[in-house]
Write a protein that binds this ligand. Sequence first.
Ligand code: 4AZ
Length: 484
Amino acid sequence: MTSTLGPPPPYYENRGFQPEPPYTARPAAGAHPYPQLFSTNPPSVPSYVPRVATHQSSRPAAPPPRRTCAASLRKTIIIILSILIVICCAIAAFFIWYFVENHCLSSLIECGSSGVCMPPSQWCDGVSDCPNGEDETRCVRLFGPNFILEVYSPVSKSWYPVCHDDWNDDYGKIACKDMGYSMDTYFYSRGVPDVSFKSYMKLNTSAGNIDLYKKLYSSGSCASESVVSLRCIECGLPSKSVSIMNRIVGGSGAVLGQWPWQVSLHVQGTHVCGGSIITPHWLVTAAHCVEGRLSDPLSWRVYAGILNQDEMLFRSGYKVQLIISHPDYDTDSKDNDVALMKLETPLSFTETVRPVCLPNPGMMFQPNQQCWISGWGAEYQGGKTSNNLNYVAVPLIERSRCNAVYIYNGMILPTMICAGDLAGGIDSCQGDSGGPLVTHHHSVWWLVGDTSWGTGCATPNKPGVYGNMTVFTDWIYKNMQANR
Ligand code: 4AZ
């Protein structure tokens, strides 16, 4: 069939099979007979390739070889891909390490090595939650002003003191670690005579090299008639015997080393709140200090062992690694107004930087008990923060009295404690928040509370309100343990 429309069909000459020449001639310079994948250079040619052109090309010589844009783009992509692969491998290696070493994300504690994780609040609460009950088998606490070590028995659901017979510092260090302390701060284990206890936990020394808690059994007798008093950190010791005088509002200027646990917490170079040192890594402050955007650890710098705010401006301070606010903190009522700050690098304890003791369960502070507050807060209501650290003595006020209609009318919850003078004149004020309310008892300084709130400053019948630390001690230890 023919057509008068369109161009004529192409003409192909059939030349049959053409044998390849024994070797191929070198292509003209600049020509690329191979697909360019990674290099613009052709494969090397055997050495017997004639080095003189055997025939003259009728075309003009091609320009010298040149790196094209596409080639350098490919090279860049390859480098970027290689870097990405290395980064991905490093991240994968980190996660593999993390889950092999520590199965639980921060703020959770692993049940043995089961891979099951529990929140700190479910440990030592008398209810077995872990698959093998691990959350109730290593429960230790320090009881009362003598730091009496007690172990919880899940069987009888009660706490027992530990008989001092055969006890040593290695056991003491294990118990301190299980409470959330680092072994580095261990202070001592001592026998304290006590015959008031009916039952003890005793060490079975013939049990061999097994876990401390598996060696303990309950017994009605203790040969030494003394129980273990355990100090996991040398706390509550002021470095200087400075006289406690009476200025805060109505207080006095502090001397270096007088309140060595007091820290100043800065945001963008300005004092915002106070805090108290409890270990080289941990500080206690108020939850309302670290609310909202201030919950970011990067916002904060911590200054310890310095009295003067001006002096802090020339120092770099300590960086904060972690901030934990009490999960039940309530912004409106200020219920559970406590938070923990973990420092990136530990504090070195000196004459002027040292920890205060956390109150132990079983400690009762008396109504009217003399306590002290310290801080860089305003010296009168509406004033600016003070340049120097001030302190003042404030007696505790019974909760029922503080809840009277003409005082705080029922706003003082069990997580709060009132201190001050109902006549007014002495008080904490704006900028003292988070800082310590301490008392001296049994030769030790105890953290009774953290400055929380109040109506105005030093107003009659409106005393200062502080977080009740005795209620928070258990939460503090559990969170130190979960974030060691
Ligand atoms: C504050 O705003 C503040 N008078 C601290 C303590 C008191 C009042 C206010 C108690 O930081």
